[in-house]
Every structure is written in C-alpha cells, then in structure tokens.
Design a protein around this ligand. Structure first.
Ligand SMILES: CC(C)(COP(=O)(O)OP(=O)(O)OC[C@H]1O[C@@H](n2cnc3c(N)ncnc32)[C@H](O)[C@@H]1OP(=O)(O)O)[C@@H](O)C(=O)NCCC(=O)NCCS
Length: 187
C-alpha cells in the first residue's frame, strides 16, 4: 500500500475510533453488535437483552434486579447519563430514542401503606415504543407503556400510559398534541 493510501486509511480509522471503540465495548461486554459508550455501568443480577444495532451512550447506568429483565431492541438508543432501574421488566422497543438524563424506573423501591393497612403496588413493567421519542430530563415511572411513535416532552413526569401517536408533556404528563412522524434535525 502506498504511503498516501496508508495515511488515508489511518486517518479514517482515527476519525471513526469512537464508533469502533463503542462496538468493541459491546463485544467485550457480551452484547456483540451493540454500541456501548464510555463509562456505561450495567449492574444487578437480572437479565440483559441488548440487541445488535442498539446503542448505550456515555455514562448510561442500568440496574436489573433478581428475576428482572432489561430489553433494548435493534435501533433503540439511550442518551448520555440516562438511568434505568428494572425490578420486573423494562423493554425499549425498536427505533425508540431516549434522550439524555432520563430516568426510567419500574419500581418505587419502597412500599407505601394505606390508612387501612394495605400496601400499594410498588412495581410494574415499563414498555417504551416502538419508535417513541422520550425527551431530555424526563422521568418514566412504574407500569407505563408509551405507544408506538409517541413523543414525551422534555422534563415530563410520565405516570400514566401514553397512547400511540400522541405528544405528552408536563408534570404529570398530559396530552398536548398528536404526531405522525419525528426525526433528527440539524442542531
Ligand atoms: C414535545 C416537544 C417536541 C413539542 O414541541 P412543539 O411541537 O414546539 O410544541 P409546543 O412546545 O409548542 O407545545 C405544544 C402545546 O403543548 C403545550 N405544552 C408544552 N409543554 C407543556 C407542559 N410542560 N405542560 C403543559 N403544556 C405544555 C404548549 O403550551 C402548547 O399548547 P398551546 O399550543 O395551546 O400553547 C417539545 O416541547 C420538547 O419537549 N422538546 C424537547 C425534545 C427533547 O428533549 N429533545 C432532546 C433530544 S432527543
């Protein structure tokens, strides 16, 4: 190989190093084909199903409890510093985009007793998507299903399930509009 070609090859490899490193982390951590960013922490005794083509970006932290499952399907992506706690089941469907600093927890971690001595349920499975968009700094709590293609506005607290194709926002998140499609735009 001529020197200019070798230089070009090395430049190409260098400029794509982050991309390649994230794939390498996927392989090393037992999720080949998935991209795993720097400082990602996957803990707990539960089951991880991270499909090929899924992405966990910098600083994502996931804990999966005993007997629980975390599923991240192909083309789904968790943004920087997002935190997931799964005590039963958290599923993020194909093509769903979770922004940065989002919290997803299917458990309250504490039980709460009513005046009559009964306890409120404190954990329930979460399903996001497919092709849903979860806005930055929002929080998704136990038992929520976000329907296909739905959008959760930034900073929302989602306590109730969201129908497909709906935009919700606020605390508690309420329907504020409808959506037929969404995509990435230049910043
Ligand atoms: C969801 C979102 C995309 C909608 O944006 P938009 O189409 O411009 O819509 P608007 O912000 O104008 O809101 C639509 C309506 O919902 C209302 N609304 C928006 N946020 C609300 C809130 N937090 N509480 C109550 N109502 C709210 C608005 O008042 C508006 O109602 P109006 O038309 O009667 O005034 C936007 O609010 C958002 O969250 N953007 C950030 C997305 C993000 O996190 N990206 C990170 C990269 S993945």
């Amino acid at each position: 190989m001529s020197t200019p070609n070798l230089r070009r090859l090395l430049r190409g490899v260098w400029s794509r190093r982050r991309h390649l490193l994230s794939y390498a982390r996927g392989v090393l951590r037992g999720h080949p084909g998935a991209r795993i960013g720097r400082g990602v922490r996957l803990s707990g005794p539960g089951r991880y199903r991270i499909e090929r083509g899924a992405t966990l970006t910098t600083g994502v932290r996931i804990w999966v409890g005993d007997g629980a499952t975390f599923t991240l399907r192909e083309g789904a992506k968790l943004g920087d510093r997002t935190i997931v706690n799964a005590a039963t089941s958290v599923t993020i469907e194909r093509g769903t985009r979770v922004s940065w600093d989002v919290q997803i927890m299917d458990t309250d971690f504490h039980w709460i007793e009513n005046a009559d001595g009964t306890r409120r349920p404190h954990k329930a499975a979460i399903v996001l998507g497919p092709r849903a968009l979860i806005g930055a700094r929002s929080m998704v709590l136990k038992g929520v299903t976000v329907g296909e293609g739905a959008v959760v506005g930034a900073g929302s607290i989602v306590r109730r399930s969201v129908a497909p194709g709906v935009i919700v926002s606020g605390n508690p998140a309420r329907e504020v509009g409808q959506v037929t499609d969404w995509g990435s735009a230049p910043a």
